[in-house]
Write a new protein. Structure first.
Lengths: 112, 112
């Protein structure tokens, strides 16, 4: 069990640019989740996959956000036309059904 | 819409003392989680509570769930400095397998 791996750890980008983050889940976990966390708040759900199928997406998620998990293993989260309000820690987690989520160390995004 | 409230949000304790963190949620749910987060780190799963009256203990931490009152507690016994962290409760949104609603967290500081 090597844990959930996220890349990059930090990303600084200018407003209007696109960014993409990668998440590698724990290998035997078929569920993968994306959350966002801002300072002083709990994580906020963005979306989750079971295998390659995206089963749920937050109603609050802008159309600028898209996530994929093409082969049911790693996942990418893309943010298009970034805004300063997108600055946050983006957390990926994985699990098997009905078990706790195992979180990665996150990607910290700063939009200038 | 499910809301999760924790209190207190900040807690400063003396080593050796006992205290309880409360987590209230607004609608029925079949799963409640407790997580710990150290500064700059990701979230670590502590407990999963699945049924009314469930009680789980690990070291100096004990979690319980009252589904009728929609209340979970995290009790700290004889606190030590190593317990200093932010503690989050999270509740599964009704009907969702992936959407956890997190509280704002309780930042615990244990002083010698």
């Amino acid at each position: 069990d090597t844990g959930v791996s996220q890349d990059p750890r930090h990303k600084i980008t200018k407003r209007g640019q696109n960014v993409t983050f990668r998440c590698d889940p724990i290998s035997e976990h078929n569920r993968l989740y994306w959350y966002r966390q801002t300072l002083g708040q709990g994580p906020e759900f963005l979306t989750y996959f079971q295998n390659e199928a995206q089963l749920e997406k937050s109603r609050l998620l802008s159309d600028r956000f898209s996530a994929e998990r093409p082969k049911g293993s790693f996942s990418t989260l893309e943010i298009q036309r970034t805004e300063q309000g997108d600055s946050a820690m983006y957390l990926c987690a994985s699990s098997v059904p009905n078990s706790p989520l195992h979180f990665g160390n996150g990607t910290r995004l700063t939009v200038t | 819409e499910l809301k999760v409230e924790q209190n207190p949000l900040f807690l400063s304790m003396q080593e050796g003392k006992n205290y309880t963190i409360y987590c209230n949620y607004s609608t029925t749910s079949d799963r409640l989680y407790w997580y710990r987060q150290d500064p700059g780190k990701s979230l670590e799963s502590l407990f999963v509570l699945l049924s009314n009256g469930a009680v789980k203990q690990e070291g100096r931490l004990m979690a319980s769930l009252d589904t009728k009152a929609r209340l979970s507690t995290l009790h700290i016994t004889a606190a030590v400095h190593d317990l200093s962290a932010t503690y989050f409760c999270a509740v599964a949104a009704g009907g969702s397998q992936g959407n956890l609603i997190f509280g704002k967290g309780t930042k615990l500081s244990v002083k010698p």
